[in-house]
Design a binder for this molecule. Structure first.
Ligand SMILES: *Cc1c(COP(=O)(O)O)cnc(C)c1O
Length: 382
């Protein structure tokens, strides 16, 4: 059987939590979502959390709540899933990218500093930057904030890979150096709700807007209505929002999963460490590390000689190893090329892609399975 590159882990407690909601509680708009939000913000150390139905929805409402609109620019990393950039387009903004550091796959601080200077000269500074923590390793948020703050740029962390990781001894999601932080609960991520996501923030006004955008642009708070409230039943739609709410079924699963998050991350890091020991000394690039950050080890992404990548990938697949590749640079997607992006625009992200192979890494990966992966990698390099 093929060993997948990522897989969720569901236990009896998860099943019971979901069944309990089905048998006894509200399916949506009950108590599970607020409980999940409370637990998430306690774990991450942020003041507010809004849970939604996907990480993509979370990115969208985070951009809206930070005021991104037509004529604005959003910058992000080309080495990410397309959702990190699409959220800007949803708001009618224009999107541009900042190249990465090949060692980590994370945004390159020098490239950012350089691009900010150019953008300041040409009046094309971004309103929002989506900072992607590739493979679960936090970017240097303090340095990024120092560079962007003088220009008033708002920062959204795309921590879809990084829930359970830390940066400067605080959990990712604490939003110490950002305006908002986005999580995804897709099955391959740190914890799952099947589909789901969340936005964390320390700013009450951003939190209020997030909630409003996630539920049709409706408010039930008389303080935020135009004119007087008609009575206790009354609500007003004050802006154009969406139905991005998470259901109680999904939130119950998330709450149950969250109680095992630390164990999941420990399993991931043990397996990552075993890879690193077993693959050291071979002719490949091991995942980047940081003295300031503990990775959540979403992906174990290695880099091999460009000319051998396809061959190595095929050899792994042939041995039942569900290797993957992260990421096809977003600017090279046909939809983005039609906006004028082309090969050579972000050379480090392109090099990273041409060398990249993601090895299977998830909490339930057994020692035997991992031995098979390690053997297969060694054979494929010979
Ligand atoms: C998974 C992911 C998303 C989108 O999350 P969904 O929950 O699938 O919508 C966004 N950004 C990154 C980097 C991701 O890995």
């Amino acid at each position: 059987m093929t060993i997948p590159y990522g897989r969720h882990q569901i236990d009896r407690a998860d099943l019971d939590a979901v069944v309990d909601v089905l048998e006894n509680q509200f399916l949506t708009q009950g108590q599970q979502v607020p409980r999940f939000e409370q637990a998430l913000k306690e774990y991450c150390g942020a003041a507010h959390t809004v849970a939604v139905n996907s990480g993509t929805s979370a990115l969208h409402i985070a951009c809206l709540a930070l005021g991104l609109g037509p004529d604005d620019w959003l910058w992000t990393s080309p080495n990410s899933f397309v959702a990190s950039a699409n959220c800007g387009l949803y708001c009618g903004a224009r999107v541009d990218f900042v190249d990465i550091d090949v060692k980590t796959g994370n945004l390159c601080l020098n490239a950012l500093a350089e691009k900010l200077l150019q953008a300041a000269r040409s009046n094309r500074l971004p309103k929002v930057m989506v900072v992607v923590h590739f493979a679960g390793l936090s970017c240097d948020m303090q340095a990024i904030q120092r560079l962007t703050e003088p220009y008033g740029i708002k920062l959204i962390e795309d921590a879809s890979h990084a829930l359970g990781g830390t940066y400067r001894d605080k959990p990712v999601g604490s939003c110490v150096y950002s305006d908002a932080c986005v999580l995804s609960f897709h099955p391959v991520k740190s914890i799952t709700t099947a589909e789901g996501g969340a936005v964390l923030t320390n700013a009450p006004e951003i939190a209020r807007q997030l909630r409003q955008f996630a539920s049709h642009g409706i408010t039930r708070d008389p303080d935020h209505m135009e004119g007087e409230s008609d009575g206790p039943w009354y609500y007003q739609q004050v802006t154009l929002g969406y139905n991005y709410r998470l259901s109680d079924l999904h939130a119950a699963l998330g709450l149950s999963q969250l109680s095992r998050l630390n164990a999941f991350i420990e399993s991931r890091s043990e397996r990552a460490q075993r890879y690193t020991e077993a693959l050291a000394g071979l002719s490949l690039r091991l995942p980047g590390t940081s003295s300031q950050a503990k990775s959540a080890w979403h992906l174990y992404s290695i880099g091999v000689e460009e000319s051998l990548r396809s061959q190595i990938f095929a050899s792994l697949q042939g041995k039942g190893i569900g290797a993957n590749v992260h990421y096809i640079p977003i600017h090279l997607q046909p939809y983005y090329r039609r906006m004028g992006f082309k090969p050579g625009d972000f050379p480090n992200a392109e090099t990273f892609y041409r060398q990249a192979i993601t090895l299977p890494l998830f909490p339930g990966l057994t020692a035997d399975e991992q031995t098979r992966v390690i053997q297969a990698v060694k054979e494929s390099l010979n």
